[in-house]
Design a binder for this molecule. Structure first.
Ligand code: MN
Length: 318
């Protein structure tokens, strides 16, 4: 697959990249690394997203090449979608007017593009972009390495999550060896750049913590009223979920983010044999085995009851 993609890239002159909506460090780091690689190959490259990335992602190297706009109707030989190839997922419209490549590691990814490189065994799409760079005989500069390391480091929770493989570590090691940056620089940017308001947000969200199903399920929720007292620009919630999921004996963590009246975005994290994706699918969501998400319409109490019912069934099986 990567050989075929490399071939298409070699033949293309004008290439545009786009990441998914609510972009994360994997999608942005991989997109930026890809941008720099294509530039190195002498391509005319653009990187168009529909949404701004939350802090601290704008501090990533070369971030300022990203523009916020639609790809259509500008002409390009090739449109590369990082992590998901549908109009919903990218926010980009009229994709049918382009030759598209979707590079993704979500098993639930749509196979709607002309070429779909979907590798669920990859911990991050950054691993795939690294392999593509090797295939294209790219010189791995500091900024390319930094962005790819940040992508992999972020999606593996600093190489802590169950998706971390020998390959993730091998690629990370190669990037550190050849690209003249220290892992600590990436950690400082991604994990130690919190604004005070964010830590105060975590404090508020953790005050909602409750344990259910024999303390095997942890539930936390973000209420819209929190926004009134906190000067929050972006709400990045992965850290607060990590704290709840770290509790000994907790196998499933549910995070409810209130986004409208009786309307929630639900994140689910699990471990062992408990499958987050199976639960998310029932509500038309997606993700990975141990991390998934979906939207829920209805009261918070009903949401908790409905979802815990499904989680309980998984507990009974495992
Ligand atoms: Mn990812």
């Amino acid at each position: 697959m990567k050989k075929q993609i490399a071939e298409v890239i070699r033949k293309a002159g004008r290439i545009v990249i786009s990441s998914h909506v609510r972009p994360d460090a994997d999608s942005i780091g991989s997109g930026l690394a890809l941008y720099l690689m294509l530039e190195q190959l002498g391509k005319e490259v653009r990187y168009y997203n529909t949404e701004k990335a939350p802090f601290p992602l704008p501090l990533m190297p070369a971030y300022n090449v990203i523009q916020y706009r639609q790809v259509y109707p500008e002409p390009f030989d090739l449109l590369i979608l990082v992590e998901g190839g549908t109009e919903d997922r990218t926010g980009q419209l009229h994709l049918e007017n382009y030759f598209t490549i979707n590079i993704d590691h979500h098993a639930t990814s749509a196979y709607d593009s002309n070429i779909n490189w979907v590798a669920p065994d990859a911990a991050a799409v950054g691993e795939l972009v690294y392999e593509l760079g090797v295939e294209l005989k790219i010189k791995f500069t500091r900024d390319i390495g930094f962005n790819l390391y940040a992508a992999i480091s972020s999606d593996t929770g600093s190489f802590k999550y169950s998706n971390t493989t020998c390959k993730s570590l091998r690629i990370a090691s190669k990037l550190i060896t050849g690209c003249h940056f220290k892992p600590e620089e990436v950690s400082n940017l991604l994990f130690y750049s919190n604004h005070l308001e964010k830590v105060q947000m975590i404090q508020k969200v953790l005050s909602t913590l409750e344990l259910r199903l024999d303390k095997r399920a942890a539930i936390i929720d973000f209420k819209r009223e929190f926004l009134k007292t906190l000067n929050l620009r972006d709400i990045e919630t992965e850290d607060v979920i990590s704290i709840a999921r770290s509790i000994l004996g907790v196998d499933v963590t549910l995070f409810f983010k209130e986004i409208g009246d009786d309307y929630y975005r639900v994140s689910i994290r699990s471990r062992g044999n408990i499958n987050s994706q199976e639960v998310a699918k029932i509500f038309n969501g997606g993700g990975h085995d141990h991390a998934a998400g979906f939207f829920y319409k209805g009261s918070l109490e009903k949401a908790k009851a409905d979802i815990l019912e499904l989680v309980k069934k998984q507990f009974e099986k495992n």
